[in-house]
Design a binder for this molecule. Sequence first.
Ligand SMILES: [Zn+2]
Length: 284
Amino acid sequence: MVNKTILVVLDGLAYQTATQCMGFLHALKEQGAATVYKMQCELPSLSRPLYETILTGVPPAISGIVNNRVARNSNQKSVFSLARQAGLTTSAAAFHWYSELYNCSPYNSVRDRHTQDPDKLIQYGCFYHEEHYADSYLYLDAESLRLRYNPDFLLVHPMNIDNAGHKAGLDSAHYRNTVRHSDNELSNYLPGWIDAGYQVLITADHGMNDDKTHGGTLSTERDIPLFVIGECFSHQQSCAPKQTEICGVICELLGIQNSNKPVTENFLLNEQLIKKQYLHEVSS
Ligand SMILES: [Zn+2]
């Protein structure tokens, strides 16, 4: 069974700031519609290596994407490659490094910014290449792709939080306000995604530190949130997955065979349980 899935990667979002500043996501939590988990990112706590980890389940030291300058195609099985193999529709509104990892490297902005190619791993893409590309535009790009192409898997990747951290540091009004802004933007779209039946995961690649950077082992750099919304999740607080398991979770949701990437036990409900819950709701 294919459960359509949206993955939001909020670049550079530290766990502590997410818990303080994301009022809308926490409203969903208080209503019992969302669950938030604390995860630790793999190392190094850098963007490109961890994009690959999130989408493939493979940590940087093994994938070979060990720093931001390793600009080449991924050579791992990814959510995108597995979804394409299964004949599913893939889409992304994201920084151009995702286009380099899963479509074409090096990125050519004229050719690749707007991608519409059923033969690519990311079939329908809207990519940007400047870190200050406004999150509000990025969310619009994503929503337009969703409505136009009805993807089974959609990646949404805004960059402004990371950019604010590099300008002002973790403990700054600018960083916190940028997180609040992203939460606010999400409140425009999440209700529609939920109504359309999507399973939604919202997480980060890495966090941030007070030196206006990241890459190391500080808890503020490594601790990141995972919000999940949807009936396929168990919403049990005790079964937080690892960052390397996100890929397996998404494959499971999409009904894709991906044998070598185990999913934390009880993080997802199995199909019988979902059906039982549904029947219970219908009959009560
Ligand atoms: Zn960064």
